[in-house]
Design a protein. Structure first.
Length: 167
């Protein structure tokens, strides 16, 4: 029975692996944003990450782990994003080692402009294909991915944290 269950998912696993490989192959390609800013697709993923997690207090180390980028590479890319005005570094008051990233207003605007077009361009067909699944099916599929990724770190702070900007 176990073998049949695993065989059932082979086409899905192949599709996921193909998707991951296609995405990975384009990570170092450069994209040009307005105002002469040029970043890699991988740096764009970091911008998306810090925009989407801007209300949380995830450290740079946790963010690097979330998207599977080695810390040294992540830190180098963040330095570039900071240099071009898309990211700001903060530290938690009383803890100089816990560096938290925040998007700049420029990053928020680029994110809004770029994702609006990408949503319809890339995601519309994907969502249409998923329309045949019930909300419960989508929830179960999401839960399966969450279980697969459950060892990824997350930071939840219940106390109020004061951030200090790092120049």
């Amino acid at each position: 029975m176990k073998e049949n269950r695993e065989n059932r998912y082979i086409p899905l696993l192949k599709a996921i692996i193909k998707h991951v490989n296609i995405v990975s192959s384009g990570l170092n390609e450069r994209i040009s944003l307005d105002e002469g800013i040029e970043i890699t697709n991988q740096e764009w993923l970091i911008v998306e990450l810090i925009v989407e997690h801007r209300k949380e207090y995830c450290s740079m180390i946790e963010l690097a782990r979330m998207i599977g980028i080695p810390q040294s590479s992540f830190f180098r890319m963040v330095s570039h994003l900071q240099k071009v005005g898309l990211a700001e570094k903060y530290r938690v008051k009383g803890n100089k080692k816990n560096i938290v990233l925040r998007p700049t207003e420029l990053a928020l605007q680029f994110y809004k402009d770029r994702t609006t077009g990408l949503r319809s361009e890339i995601w519309d067909d994907f969502f249409k294909a998923l329309d045949r699944f019930s909300d419960e099916d989508i929830e179960a599929f999401t839960e399966a991915f969450d279980l697969l990724n459950e060892d990824l770190p997350s930071a939840k702070y219940s106390q109020k944290i004061e951030l200090i900007k790092i120049d």
